[in-house]
Design a protein around this ligand. Structure first.
Ligand code: ZN
Length: 319
């Protein structure tokens, strides 16, 4: 008798919960004049809110972030976004929140990472690549994505068959006042600098939160000669693993480390997980994820501050 009462209570609680959830969900669906129900993502459901609401490619308001078939996958993602155990960059990490903006862009959604719409877009992406279309972010799906992102960096491809020679230092351009973080003097190739300046100008024009902080996009490391890196490695025992000592992308004059925010108590290049997460939540980083490619910049995803110029997308300027 006791068992039955408890069971009935649970049934009632479950029914109420489902009812409330359904009411909330229905409320977010907006009937059009034709009576067609369109799910309008609210701000909380969007991963890039208030960055560029006028962005014609965004699909604002038309994407179904509440995709009914993917409620379960969304539930799983909502759990593992903070708890997935994986080591995509040879260091154990917990959760994939830091990579959510990159993943959303890769799978072509603006829905929040814990929404069914995000899971639906991921399932489609997985299916196209012969992966099981679960709609769930897992270590093997992430590994696949990471390979896609790494292959977009010419430096990664060329350094597989030997370290690229640095450009003559006389061919490099020096940053203007205000471009170096903390007044630092920085150098890039002329093409990379021109693209960087166009990008920063547009980001500041488009997003008030970026305009409000002049430190956003300031460069704290750009060209580093192989000799400089080797000396720093030897003197300071700061070898950044083996990368700095052997072959860093910074020798190309096309790689830059830029300020994209930081967590309290951390520097702009600290790879502490809490710091990387804070960076990827800044308006500067999210704008870059959406737009940097249009200026020829691609990221090293583990370091939210590190971007490499791969040439102008619209011209043959590659130097
Ligand atoms: Zn870097």
């Amino acid at each position: 008798m006791m068992r039955k009462t408890v069971k009935n209570q649970w049934t009632a609680i479950a029914a109420v919960t489902v009812g409330v959830a359904l009411a909330v969900w229905m409320n977010a669906r907006t009937p059009t004049a034709d009576g067609i129900v369109v799910h309008t993502p609210n701000r909380a459901e969007q991963i890039f809110p208030a960055l560029r609401p006028d962005d014609p490619t965004a699909g604002w308001g038309s994407e179904n972030c509440g995709e009914a078939r993917f409620q379960h996958a969304a539930f799983i993602n909502a759990g593992n976004i903070h708890s997935l155990s994986f080591a995509p960059f040879h260091r154990p990490e917990r959760g994939w929140d830091t990579y959510a903006p990159m993943i959303a862009t890769e799978i072509g959604t603006r829905c929040a990472p814990t929404s069914p719409g995000f899971a639906a877009a991921l399932a489609q992406w997985q299916e196209k690549r012969g992966l099981e279309p679960t709609g769930q972010v897992d270590a093997s799906t992430f590994d696949y994505m990471k390979a896609v992102w790494q292959d977009e960096r010419p430096f990664v491809l060329t350094s597989r068959s030997g370290c690229p020679a640095p450009p003559p230092e006389s061919s490099l351009e020096t940053g203007r006042p205000g471009e170096g973080y903390g007044g630092k003097v920085v150098q890039l190739t002329p093409g990379a600098f021109a693209a960087y300046r166009r990008m920063v100008r547009d980001a500041r024009a488009q997003v008030p939160a970026i305009r409000a902080n002049p430190q956003y996009f300031q460069i704290f490391s750009a060209f580093r000669s192989p000799a400089y890196d080797a000396a720093r490695c030897a003197q300071e025992h700061n070898c950044n693993g083996i990368v700095r000592a052997t072959c860093s992308a910074h020798r190309t004059g096309r790689a830059m480390d830029i300020y994209v925010g930081s967590a309290p108590g951390f520097g702009p290049d600290s790879s502490a997980d809490a710091n990387r997460l804070a960076m990827t939540q800044s308006p500067a980083y999210r704008w870059l994820v959406l737009n940097a490619r249009n200026y020829g910049f691609v990221p090293y995803v583990f370091e939210p501050w590190h971007w490499e110029w791969i040439g102008d997308p619209a011209s043959s300027n590659q130097s």
